[in-house]
Ligand binder design. Sequence first.
Ligand code: PHE
Length: 339
Amino acid sequence: MQDIRERLIQALQAAKDAAHVEQIRIDFLGRKGLITQLAKNVDFSKLTADEKKGFGQKLNELKQFATEKIAAAVDAYKETATRHKTNDLDLTAPGKGRRLGSLHPITLTQMELEDVFQGMGFSVLYGPEIESEFFCFEALNIPHDHPARDMQDTFWLKNQLILRTHTSANQVRTLRRFGAPIRAIFPGRCFRYEAIDPSHENTFYQCEGLVVDKNVSVANLIATMRVILSQVFKRDVKVRLRPGYFPFVEPGFELDLNCLLCGGKGCPTCKNSGWIELIPCGLVHPEVLRHGGIDPKEYSGFAFGVGLTRLAMMKFGITDIRYLNCGDLRVNEQFSTLF
Ligand code: PHE
């Protein structure tokens, strides 16, 4: 028995894995195992009652000892097996199953713009997409019979409200609500009755800007635009102003950006002109200020309308506007790497 006990201890010490331990269990405790055989090799008829009893006790002790040692060895292997698994766990591996969503390229561009403008002391305000004719047109110096309305045909609701055609609809709302001085942007969705093609959509985004204060001039407008655009495109940009007509600004401009692709030499993107038409803008028309309850003799201001959809397309190199509203998640997934 002592011999078997020592052989068992040695065998368990040499065991390399769980299968090995199982073999040891069979060798010692199995039906033909060393311990089981011990009882069979004894001729009990030759033993006294005391000897039988003593033998039985010793045998049971040995069995119990073997059972416990083997069970402990099995447990030890289970533990190492799980520990191995934990060590193999690669926490940086991509997860399985449901993926996280990704932000839309317009959302990304809007968030960036909001950030830059907020850094310059602008508030971010959101106006309603369903607007009254008054705020969308009349308050902006576009009366009922004005030809400028033809450019912005839109969707009329049964209750005489409309889907706003531009974020400029927020100008007079904001002036009435907050008065002057004010520095704010209004990003948001706009709608027009458009024939859809690679560069026209019935649903698109703009980001309006409005600054009203004492002694605001065109110089302030240009400086602000240059800072904003340099930050959005992450490099120094050159801009120029051309006259442009909008009934709610006077004077009115088209702000062009020196083409970032060719540096102004001329390329297909800028149609060989070296300039990209980017932001309509101007000084707020006195009539608009009056509608907003502001005295034009005391205050002046500038307004601009960034084509947010257009900007996102330029920033991410998206060639067809229709991708943006198509609802295909593969569009979004490409651009979220920014975050
Ligand atoms: N709201 C004008 C448009 O959508 C753009 C604009 C905004 C022009 C602000 C001047 C000042 O066409």
